[in-house]
Every structure is written in structure tokens, then in C-alpha cells.
Design a protein around this ligand. Sequence first.
Ligand code: ACO
Length: 425
Amino acid sequence: MTKTATLIIDGKTLELPIIEGTQGDRGIDISRLRAETGCITYDPGYMNTGPCKSAITFVDGENGILRYRGYPIEQIAARGSFVETAWLLIFGELPSREQLSRFSAALCEEELLHEDVKHHFEGFPPNGHPMAILSAITNSLGCYHPELLEIESRGEFYLAASKIISKVRTIAAFSYRKSTGRPFMYPNPALSYCRNFLHMMFSIPHKHYDPSPEAVRALSLFLTLHADHEQNCSTSTVRMVGSTQANLFASVSAGICALWGRLHGGANAGVVEMLEQIRDGKTSPKDCIELVKQKKFRLMGFGHRIYKNFDPRARILKDAAHDLLLKLGKLDPLLDIAMELEAAALADPYFTERKLYPNVDFYSGIILRALNIPVSMFPVMFAIGRMPGWIAHWYEENQEQTKIHRPRQVYTGQIIRDYVPIDER
Ligand code: ACO
């Protein structure tokens, strides 16, 4: 029997069905609410709102659990690769050996940009932020693949997904090269996904960059851990844009824009800037925490809308950062500062009472620094990683054929006024 919640408004009783997920999540189905009562729900920041059902990623923030398609993130991180994870998220199952090799071949096939796209890069100023370039050029891919603006079959979706997952890496690397004034390095189909990206970033003509297997593995891990996180702000943006039947290129490019903000994917850059300030003596962990308590500062890489416990990705990244530095024989004072700051925060009731713990961004920058990725590229790296999740959610939204996302509001403005001509105001 369907469980219901009873709502009484103005003496009228309404039975609202309760829908249950496979993990016991419960949602009150309010789709009849306005029609039957004239009321809407008021939920700033959508803190209690589920605009969809989804079978892609499960997060239990109270217990620090994250699973992609049912697989614990710890297992995927230890044994999977980014390309395998992308397949899992997009198509729902772990790929067979043959599926994985066909998908990898498709990614190689799609790695080049149309030659004319290079002219777009020339149009950007040298100090243009790579996130702006990434978003603009990802959107412009729709001009080069008009046959994929409307996806009508699974085959077309496969093609569009492969194009985006592959080309976003080329666009990202080219945007970095543009910002450094270096020539674009064409992708090399003989290289794996992550190695190829590092080649496009750091090779120079006649000097091939050959990263260590540890560096390649760390990049794959970084991307894997960022690959999806259910209805976060950028993913919700992609779903919202997709709900208008906007094409996949436009929808994921909107996701890139949403990700850019400091409270979301821009936080990884904010963390490193904060740690650098401590390293340079401009502030100290103690001062940072004092400023936080005076509400003058937010500790970047701390806190999460969903996690009220350790973000499992932060734990993995912290260990991975240690490991990578050790294997590369590098020292990074920022890692010690990050650990000192984490310890100081977690010893303070301000943080424990509010359940603020390190999130995915707190240690990820240490890994990116070890790979020589500049801070301006940090959110871009996040976007490359999140692409499979955005694509999977866009497709799920599309398949569900839900309604266009169109929230309501509680209007608080002027009631009605007569127009006043300009010389009488
Ligand atoms: N530093 C200091 N205080 C914080 C922090 C922080 N990083 N995060 C939350 N708080 C405090 C708030 O001031 C608030 O305190 P109050 O109850 O006294 O007013 C309380 O904790 C609750 O915070 P909210 O802002 O209501 O929490 P919300 O769920 O809306 O925000 C967010 C989540 C945006 C991630 C927030 O924790 C934050 O700003 N963190 C820093 C930025 C960051 O790391 N973003 C990356 C998030 S992960 C991701 O997107 C990939």
C-alpha cells in the first residue's frame, strides 16, 4: 500500500503519496499540491527538494557513503580507471573488456577538434580564463556536429557522449596552451586518456612529455572521484537546461558555467590560494579559523550541503596526495599546511557543531600541483572529471521525459502601480 503524508491547509486535508528509493530515501510527492490547495513549497537553495528520481549515484551524507551505480567509490578508486568509470556512469554497467576497448577507441577517434575551432582560441585574449574558454568552445561543438543537436537513438547518444568526453580534454589543454602562448599540441591516439591529456598540456614540439605511471594514475583517480555527485548545482543546471530539450553540448556547457563558482568547482583553486597565503606568512591556520568564527571568511574546501561527515573522496585524495608526492620524490609544504589546518578546524567546536569536514576540494589541489597543473586550470580539471556525470544525468532526464523545469516563486514585490512618464519622476 502506498504510504501517504497528510497535509491540512485551511481546513482541507490532502493525502500526499510518499515515494521511496531503493536505499530508503523518502520523498513526499507534491505534484498535486498547487492544483489542489493553491500553495507551493518554499525551499530556498532547494535544500529539501528532489526534482527527479535518479538511478546514477547514491550519496549518504550522514554516513559518508558515495556509490556510482551501486559500486562503492572506494572500490572504483582502488581498481577502476576514469574511462571505465565514465562508461559505468553513462551506460549503467561496468564495461566488458570489449566494450571498454571499443569505447577507448571511440575516444581516440574523437580526440581532434575541427581545424576551424582553433580560430576560436585565437579570438580569446591571452589571459582569458580557461573556464570561459572551455564553456564557450564546448558549446560551439554543436555548430560542428549539427546532426547531434537532436539525439534520436542510443547510437547517436553514444557518439555525442564520446565526442564530448574526448574533446573536452583537447579543449582544456588547448585553452591552457593559449594562456601560456605555446603552440597547440595535437592529441596522440597511441596514448591513454590521461596520458594524452598530460601530453597535450606539457609536450613541446620535438620534446615529448612522458609522465610517470604514478602521475597518470593520480590524474585518473582525480577525474574518477569527480565524475558524479548526484544533484549538485552544476548537474542540476545540466538537467534543467536539458529539460528544455536543449542539446547535449549546450547543456554541459551550462554545467561548466555553474561549476565555475567559488562555492562549487572553483573551491579547489580557493583552497590552494588560502594555503599559499598561510605558506607566505600572510595569515595562519589560527587566524583563518578566527576569521571563520567572526563570519568574515569561509574555509575553502570545508563543508558540504550533503556530507555531514567526512567526504569519502577527501579521505581518498588525502592519501593519494601523500602517495603521489612520495612516489614523485616531491615535497609540497601546502600538504603539511592543509593537514595542520584540517586538524585545527576539526578540534574547534565551530566546525564539529556544524558538521563541517574537508570536502573533495580540500586535498585535490595538492595532487594537481604535483602534476604541474596551474591553479587557473583547477576548475577545468574538475569539469573534465564531471563530464560523464553530466552526460549521464542529461540522458536520464531526456529518457524520463520529465516536464520542463520551471520552479514557482512567492512574489514579494509591488502590487500594482501606474506608469510614470520619465519627466514626471
Ligand atoms: N567555512 C566556515 N563556515 C562554514 C563553511 C566553511 N567552509 N561552510 C559552512 N559554514 C557554516 C555557515 O557559515 C553556516 O553557519 P551558521 O549556521 O552559523 O550560519 C553553517 O556552516 C551552514 O552553512 P551553509 O552555508 O548553510 O551550508 P550550505 O549547505 O548552504 O553550503 C557549501 C555548503 C556551499 C559547500 C559551504 O559549506 C561552503 O561555502 N564551503 C566552502 C566552499 C567549498 O568548499 N565549496 C565546495 C563544495 S564541494 C563541491 O561543490 C564540489
